[in-house]
Design a protein around this ligand. Sequence first.
Ligand SMILES: *Cc1c(COP(=O)(O)O)cnc(C)c1O
Length: 369
Amino acid sequence: MPRPLCATIHLDSMQHNLARARACAPQARVWAVVKANAYGHGLERGVKGFMGADGLALIETENALRLRELGWAKPILLLEGIFDASDVPLLAEHNINSTVHSIEQIRMLEYTQLYRPIDVHLKMNTGMNRLGFKPADYAAAYKRLRAIPGIRNITLMTHFANADELEHPRLSIAGQVQRFVEGAAGLEGERSLSNSGGVLHQADLQAQLQNDWVRPGVMLYGGTPGGGRTARDYGLRPTMTLSSEIIAIQDLVAGDTVGYGSRFEAPGRMQVGVVACGYADGYPRHAPHGTPVIVDGVRTTVVGRVSMDMMTVDLTPVSNPRVGSQVTLWGDGLPIDEVAGMAGTIGYELMCALAARVRVTEGRLGTHG
Ligand SMILES: *Cc1c(COP(=O)(O)O)cnc(C)c1O
């Protein structure tokens, strides 16, 4: 028997969430973002779950090549572009669309003879101050790219610093869009601005926010980019259920303590269950007492400190707990964002941090375990 800890990937939910993204931005084509091993879901499952996307976007050239090996024939976008001139021939050979965010990357393209035309995404910095050309320098970068023989389509692109909330006090979506529109004025090409936050706010921004291509990531995996509304509010479904079992039960009396540091003290007689899952599996060590967990369909909480391979939960609300009782750490019936919020992080980080040692299977939502 393998260890009971398992991540079940719900391909049906991935398809559903992709349809939600399309419904939010019906005029746009969709790059499904599969960086970070498809947000922890596995690149292969990203390909299967997002078969209906118009393109897949990620970071590394070697993973772009893996997508081709897995049979993905539609467009691929490198979100950070290339890291060295020696990567340029790969773009042409495997028909990979590269982001261009710096003068150095333009030079790499200028110095390499292209035997086949390539498409690029020219990135504007609209306030994130991470990658991209400032609005005032954007047209010059565009002209320089345009002059390179072998560059075919140039998509005009930016990435929002703030898209999770509509009205960020420092820099609103509308403010970022305005910078983009000004910097890109008069330039020909398709436009790609929105990540999940932008896609989910498309209805509020209507004509202000025009995308030919959107780039949703976390929403496709049933997480939200933040901003207060829940995945359920947006009609998104969980795509990863992390489940395990109770492997031991301890009967406590008042004053007994649990786990490293003896952080939890039993207020009276109670039972705690030991779950086969710890921080070395990707469960957040900082999840405090009170973090929700489901045991045999009943919501209860984490008690004591999460250790490397195990964690402990309060069995008080569970009617007949036993060794072998089913535990859901997040996913089906328990939003990953809720667990993440308790641990002071975001759903993105929990998904991406799923450890390599965790067994992964596929199953429909509601039928795992
Ligand atoms: C990660 C990423 C996305 C997707 O962001 P989400 O918030 O997960 O939707 C889109 N565009 C770029 C450039 C990214 O790096």
